[in-house]
Design a protein around this ligand. Structure first.
Ligand SMILES: Nc1ncnc2c1ncn2[C@@H]1O[C@H](COP(=O)(O)OP(=O)(O)OP(=O)(O)O)[C@@H](O)[C@H]1O
Ligand SMILES: [Mg+2]
Length: 468
């Protein structure tokens, strides 16, 4: 059995295709425009996409590159009533497998499907996805085509051209240091050094001398003069990682460096100046630290002249194929390997997994898989059990039928959203545009079975009897 995704605004055509595929024992899902089709990505990966060209919103041709990115290894068949050479060329050059005319001749369709699938069998046995090696592609670049990452790249570009202080926030492993380096590389100080200091790594006194430097004899054990990182970063970039961990004393001194571009090494008489550009990163909510008094408010505002917020990987899973390609390029280079083939089921597991460790976790998973894989193919047996079991949660939902009651549609949709978010109620409410109490009531009212391990925290049980 294969799974098909039909993306077409013409209802009759969709229905006819679904009947046709089902009669052959396949499963077919319907989407009526490009955005709906792309959204399917969170639920399942089709073997083949039948994509119409003229649709309200984005045309199939425009959206084709996004479909290829969202579903790497899935075949795309373009169909259109408006047949011309120009669009055929465009479709094929953008990665379509074939191009057929409407009204669809079912024999022609079957032949095109068989051809694409056979090609798949020869080219990449058993649903392997072959990532292009992309010569000239720099593995140190940041990957990601999602809208949020495009925004991040834009901010990096804007930030780089100024010398303003930047605050980068994001969960651990989302790429904060990579962003800091990218800003440095693209900025006017790129020929100068990039100096990083981890504000959490050292005890306060050591950290202070590490940052500011010290004179010989400044304290017991200061047997030689030590150049601090602020001095080293002169004409370059100073990266303050985990900045929330700084003590109040050092926060005060840092504020002065930022304001006056001056500092005094421990035990020194003279002030020194630095024209380093400052970039700070944190994985905790710094405004919360300001509220609870552990972080100075004036320093907070001084740091976040420009802010870059990196979303967790689970909120931009459309970046996973891109990331896999970039990370494989890097890992292959480091390990002197040539692993470019990945079982499609592995990508399904990646899409379904929650990635608490973000991109770093993905990198580690791939590194381990590359180290252990035979025949240069990454297969599911190289992943941990917790990652492989995730797709079991995903099921293929039935399309609403014309004879369904509204409440049936609501129930199925709420369930679908809950499952696609891994029963994360906050995110589900955001998507559905409803309040927590309302979601709770729907779950109760429709008797939706809550899976083990997804029970709601008891403190979330506020009285919702008044809620509309
Ligand atoms: N968009 C991306 N493209 C390619 N590689 C990425 C991307 N984002 C992160 N990485 C890689 O993931 C790893 C973790 O990134 P990085 O160290 O920058 O994260 P971080 O946010 O600083 O994490 P922490 O808070 O734990 O210090 C690095 O190896 C980095 O190269
Ligand atoms: Mg870091």
């Amino acid at each position: 059995m294969s799974t098909f995704l039909v993306v077409d605004d013409d209802l009759a055509s969709c229905r006819a295709l679904r009947l046709h595929f089902r009669s052959q024992g396949h499963e077919a899902r319907i989407a009526h425009n490009a955005a709906e089709g792309l959204a399917v990505r969170d639920e399942f990966v089709p073997d083949m996409i039948i994509l119409d060209v003229r649709m309200p919103g984005r045309s199939g041709l425009d959206a084709l590159p996004d479909f290829k990115r969202a579903f790497p290894g899935t075949h795309v068949l373009i169909v259109t009533a408006f047949h011309d050479m120009e669009s055929t060329i465009q479709a094929m050059s953008r990665g379509a497998d074939d191009y057929i005319q409407k009204p669809i001749d079912l024999d022609e369709l079957d032949a095109a499907v068989a051809k694409a699938m056979r090609y798949a069998d020869d080219e990449s046995r058993d649903g392997l996805v072959v990532f292009p090696e992309a010569p000239g592609h720099n593995p140190d670049n940041m990957a990601g085509h999602s809208r949020v990452m495009q925004d991040v790249f834009k901010t990096i570009g804007l930030a780089a051209s100024s010398r303003a202080t930047v605050l980068i926030t994001g969960e651990s492993g989302t790429g904060k240091e990579l962003v800091a380096r990218a800003i440095h590389r693209a900025g006017p100080n790129s020929s100068g050094p990039f100096v990083a200091v981890n504000c959490a790594a050292l005890v306060e006194s050591l950290l202070e001398s590490d940052m500011f430097g010290h004179e010989k004899g400044a304290f017991t054990g200061a047997v030689v003069r030590h150049i601090g990182k602020f001095a080293m970063a002169n004409h370059g970039t100073m990266f303050l990682d985990e900045v929330s961990q700084l003590s109040r004393t050092i926060q005060g001194k840092l504020l002065r460096v930022l304001q006056e571009k001056e500092f005094v090494p421990l035990g020194a008489q003279e002030t020194q100046t630095t024209d380093a550009r400052f970039i700070a990163a944190t994985n905790v909510d710094l405004s919360g630290c300001v509220r609870d008094g552990s972080f100075r408010e004036d320093l907070y505002y001084r740091l976040q002249v420009i802010s870059v917020c990196l979303p967790p990987l689970r909120d931009r899973k459309e970046d996973i194929p891109d990331l896999v390609q970039t990370l494989l390029a890097r890992i292959n280079r480091e390990m002197r390997r040539h692993v470019w083939r990945v079982d499609r089921q592995v990508l399904r597991c990646f899409q379904a997994y929650d990635w608490p460790g973000n991109v770093r976790e993905l990198e580690n998973v791939l590194m381990r898989a590359v180290a252990l894989c035979r025949a240069d193919v990454i297969t599911c047996d190289l992943l941990s059990d917790k990652m492989c079991s995730a797709p079991a949660r995903l099921r293929t939902f039935v399309e609403p039928q014309a004879q369904w009651r509204l409440r049936d549609v609501e129930k199925v949709h709420v369930l679908r959203v809950l499952e696609s978010t891994g029963w994360h109620r906050g995110r589900a409410c955001e998507i559905l545009g409803i309040s927590r109490p309302r979601l709770r009531r729907i779950i109760r009212q429709y008797g939706i079975a809550v899976p083990a391990g997804a029970a709601e925290e008891p403190d979330g049980r506020e009285d919702d009897s008044q809620e509309p």
